[in-house]
Design a protein around this ligand. Structure first.
Ligand code: PRX
Length: 652
C-alpha cells in the first residue's frame, strides 16, 4: 500500500453501525454474536469443540479436541471421522433434494440450475469413475478446470473417496501446472477441452498436454470434460472423456470416512522464494471453518442467494464456493466469465437476474467497475442485496464508499474479510448485525481467533499509530496443517519468528483503541496483484530463465486498479539487444507462470543496487520503481552510482 493510501486510510473517521433493518432479518442477531465471543473467550478449545459438534456431521465423534504436544504440528478432533462430501451433500437429502445448489451462468449467458440432488448424483458418479480408474484414499488429483459446476463435482468427488485434490487456476501456464503436478505427485489430472472467458477461448487441454510432456510419469489418467467443443488431441490409454467415464457409473457412492486430520486438499500459493508452496488443509477443521464463517460473516440462511465471484482455483473459491455454501445447504451463483463482458454491467445484471442477496468480491473488481461509471449498476435493480463482502487486499475508502452507496444503496453492511490461503477461512472481519464498520478497516478478529500485533522483539504493540507483525497466538481448527513435503519450511515460515504457538501471517497491521485492525500490506517479498499473491522471486526466476537475461529484480508499485503492479529491472547478457525484448519477456513470463504475472513495466539496466555482500537492496529498487526521491542511506552500496542510472532508464 502506498504511503498516501495509508494516510488517507488513517484519516478515515466515518463509521457505519449495522442498519436496524439488517438486524431485524439477520440469522445471527447481536445477542447470538455476543454469546459466541463470550464463550470463545472463556474456553478456547471448548468453544471450538462445541462448534464442531453443532455444525458437522461426524461418522465417528471425537474425544480429543486439540493435540498441541508437537507444536506447530497441531491436530484437531483427531480421533473423529467424517467425510466432507457427505457434509456438503448427503446430509441435505432428501429435504433439499429439489432446492437449487448452484445457479450457474456461463460466459455466453447460458444458465443452468443444479439441484442438491443432482449435485449429489453427479458427485457420486464422478467419484465412482475416479475409483474405477484406480484413484484411492490419499492419492493426489490435480484439477485444472474452468469455474463451472464440474469443478465442484470434481472437488467433492475426490473428497468422497478420500483423494486429495489440488486445484490449479485455469490462468496458470503449462510450466506452472507441471511444477504443481510434480510437487504433488498427482496420479490423475482433471481438465476440460477449453472454455470461453470474455468471449475468448482458453485452451486448457492443450496446456495440460504441454505440462505433461516432461517429467510427469506419476500421472496415469487425464479426465477431459467437454466444455468448449474445440479440437483437442486425446492420448490413448491416458485420456478419458468425462462423459464416458461417468456413463455407466451408479448414482450412489458410499463415502469413505476419513480421520479428521486427513488432508482434504493442497493449494499452491506464492511465498518469498522462487518455489510455490503446497499449503494443505485438514478435513474436519477446515470444513468447520468454512461453515462457521459462512454463518457468522455472511449470515447465510435459507432465504439467501449467495454469490462469491472468485474462481475455484483460489482459496476463496474453495471455502466460499465448493465447501462453505454447499455444507450450509445454501443456494449460490457460480460464474464462468469476467465482470466486463459483454458489458461492464455483467455482475449487476446477474445480481438482478438471480436475486443475489449476499455478494462477495475483491477490491480490484470494485475499483475497475467503479471506474466504468455509475450508469452500469444504475441500469439494474439491486435491492435483492442485503450484505456485501470484500477480500484479497486492502480496500481504499473511496472504493468502499462507492460499494456501500452505489451497489449497496446504503442499506447493506460491508464485511471486509482478512484471511489467507493458509488460514482456510475468515479471521478478522466485521460481523454484519453486530459490528460498527469503518472504511478500510477489517474490524475485529472472529470469536475463537486470537489475533494480535507484535513488534520485532515479540512485545504487543499498543500504540494505535504504530504498525507491527500480524500474528495469531493460538491454533485454530481451520489453519493450514503444513506445506506439502516440506515440514521444515512450514515451521520456519509461519512459526520461526516468535515461538511454536505463534502463527506469523506475513502481513503488517495496526490496531486502533477500539481494537479494529487495518492491514498495511505484506512484510515479505510477496506482491498482491489484483488480489492474487505473487512472489517477487518467482517472477525473477522466470525472467532469468530467458536466454537474454542475466539478472532481474522485481518489485511492486501502487496501481489504481490492480492494487499493485509488477515492475521488473532486467540486466541483459552481453550481446543481447534490448530492442523489442520487453514484449518478448512479458510473453515469456506469461508462459512460465501465467498472464497475471506479466510485468507492467520493464526497465533495462546495467546493474542493481547491491550491498557489499551481494544482496539486492529491494527497498531502493522499490523507491526507484515508484519514482520516489531516494532518502535512504546508500553508503553501504557496492555501486551507489547505479541508482541514478536506474532512475534515468526508459520504462518499457
Ligand atoms: O496480504 C493479505 C491480503 O492477501 C493475502 C492473502 O492472500 P491469499 O492467500 O492469496 O488469499 C487471498 C484470499 C483470502 C494476505 O496475507 N489480504 C487478504 N484479505 C485482505 C488482505 N489485505 C487487506 N484486507 C483484506 N481484507
Amino acid at each position: 500500500m502506498a504511503d498516501s493510501q495509508i494516510d488517507s486510510v488513517l484519516k478515515e473517521s466515518r463509521s457505519f453501525p449495522p442498519p436496524q433493518a439488517f438486524i431485524d432479518n439477520a440469522n445471527y442477531k447481536p445477542a447470538d454474536i455476543e454469546q459466541l465471543y463470550t464463550s470463545a473467550a472463556e474456553d478456547h478449545t471448548g468453544f471450538w469443540a462445541a462448534q464442531a459438534r453443532r455444525h458437522l456431521y461426524w461418522h465417528q465423534s471425537f474425544s480429543s479436541v486439540l493435540n498441541d504436544s508437537n507444536a506447530p504440528f497441531f491436530r484437531w478432533f483427531e480421533d473423529g471421522e467424517l467425510n466432507a462430501s457427505f457434509n456438503c451433500l448427503d446430509r441435505h437429502l432428501p429435504e433439499r433434494a429439489d432446492q437449487t445448489a448452484i445457479i450457474f451462468e456461463g460466459d455466453d449467458g447460458e444458465v443452468e440450475n443444479v439441484t442438491f440432488q443432482q449435485l449429489y448424483e453427479r458427485t457420486c458418479r464422478f467419484a465412482n469413475a475416479l475409483r474405477s480408474n484406480g484413484i484411492e484414499k490419499g492419492d493426489r488429483v490435480v484439477i485444472y478446470l474452468p469455474n463451472i459446476p464440474q469443478a465442484v463435482v470434481a472437488m467433492l468427488g475426490c473428497a468422497r473417496i478420500g483423494a486429495i485434490h489440488s486445484v490449479v487456476f485455469g490462468g496458470f501456464s503449462a510450466v506452472a501446472l507441471r511444477n504443481r503436478i510434480q510437487d504433488a505427485e498427482a496420479k490423475a489430472v482433471i481438465t476440460a477441452d477449453g472454455n470461453y472467458r470474455g468471449g475468448k477461448l482458453v485452451q486448457l487441454k492443450q496446456t495440460t498436454d504441454k505440462a505433461l510432456e516432461e517429467g510427469c510419469d506419476c500421472v496415469e489418467t487425464v479426465f477431459v470434460y467437454r466444455r468448449a467443443g474445440n479440437d483437442i488431441k486425446m492420448t490413448p490409454d491416458r485420456d478419458i472423456d468425462w462423459a464416458q467415464a461417468v456413463a455407466d457409473q451408479p448414482a450412489e457412492c458410499p463415502p469413505v470416512n476419513v480421520e479428521s486430520e486427513h488432508p482434504l486438499f493442497i493449494l499452491y500459493t506464492s511465498g518469498s522464494t522462487g518455489r510455490p508452496k503446497g499449503i494443505y488443509h485438514s478435513t474436519g477443521g477446515y470444513l468447520l471453518g468454512a461453515i462457521c464463517t459462512c454463518r457468522w460473516t455472511f449470515d447465510l440462511g435459507d432465504q439467501d442467494i449467495f454469490w462469491c465471484t472468485a474462481d475455484v482455483g483460489w482459496v476463496t473459491g474453495h471455502t466460499y464456493i465448493a465447501y462453505g455454501p454447499t455444507a450450509c445447504g445454501v443456494t449460490q451463483v457460480m460464474f464462468e466469465g469476467v465482470p466486463t463482458y459483454p458489458e461492464p454491467d455483467r455482475l449487476w445484471a446477474m445480481v438482478k437476474r438471480h436475486g443475489v442477496s449476499v455478494f462477495y468480491t475483491a477490491p480490484t473488481a470494485i475499483r475497475a467497475l467503479m471506474r466504468q461509471g455509475d450508469q452500469y449498476p444504475q441500469r439494474h435493480d439491486l435491492t435483492s442485496l442485503r450484505l456485501l463482502g470484500t477480500v484479497g487486499e486492502p480496500i481504499n475508502p473511496e472504493a468502499w464508499m462507492w460499494y456501500y452507496q452505489v451497489i449497496g444503496g446504503e442499506r447493506c453492511p460491508i464485511v471486509d474479510t482478512w484471511w489467507q490461503t493458509e488460514t482456510g477461512g475468515h479471521m478478522i472481519t466485521a460481523l454484519p448485525s453486530y459490528t460498527e464498520t469503518h472504511p478500510g478497516s477489517v474490524s475485529k478478529p472472529l470469536p475463537g481467533i486470537a489475533a494480535d500485533i507484535l513488534d520485532e522483539s515479540g512485545q504487543r504493540v499498543e500504540d494505535a499509530h504504530a504498525g507491527g507483525y500480524l500474528v495469531i497466538r493460538k491454533p485454530w481448527p481451520f489453519m493450514l496443517r503444513g506445506i506439502w513435503g516440506d515440514p521444515e519450511r512450514y515451521q520456519e515460515t509461519y512459526f520461526g519468528m516468535f515461538d511454536a504457538l505463534t502463527y506469523v501471517a506475513g502481513d503488517s497491521a495496526q490496531r486502533d483503541h477500539e481494537g479494529n485492525y487495518r492491514i498495511l500490506g505484506r512484510t515479505d517479498d510477496v506482491l498482491n496483484v489484483s488480489g492474487h499473491r505473487l512472489g517477487t522471486m518467482e517472477v525473477e526466476s522466470a525472467l532469468v530463465a530467458h536466454q537474454a537475461v542475466s539478472e532481474a529484480a522485481v518489485v511492486g508499485r501502487p496501481h489504481d486498479i490492480k492494487g499493485e503492479a509488477i515492475v521488473a529491472f532486467v540486466i541483459l547478457k552481453a550481446g543481447a539487444q534490448a530492442d523489442g525484448l520487453a514484449d518478448e519477456l512479458r510473453s515469456w513470463v506469461a508462459e512460465q507462470l501465467g498472464s497475471i504475472a506479466k510485468p507492467e513495466e520493464i526497465r533495462f539496466t546495467d546493474g542493481l543496487p547491491k550491498t557489499r555482500s551481494g544482496k539486492i537492496m529491494r527497498r531502493l529498487v522499490r523507491s526507484v520503481a515508484r519514482n520516489e526521491e531516494i532518502t535512504q542511506d546508500t553508503s553501504t552500496l557496492e555501486n551507489p552510482q547505479i541508482i541514478e542510472q536506474m532512475q534515468a532508464e526508459e520504462v518499457r
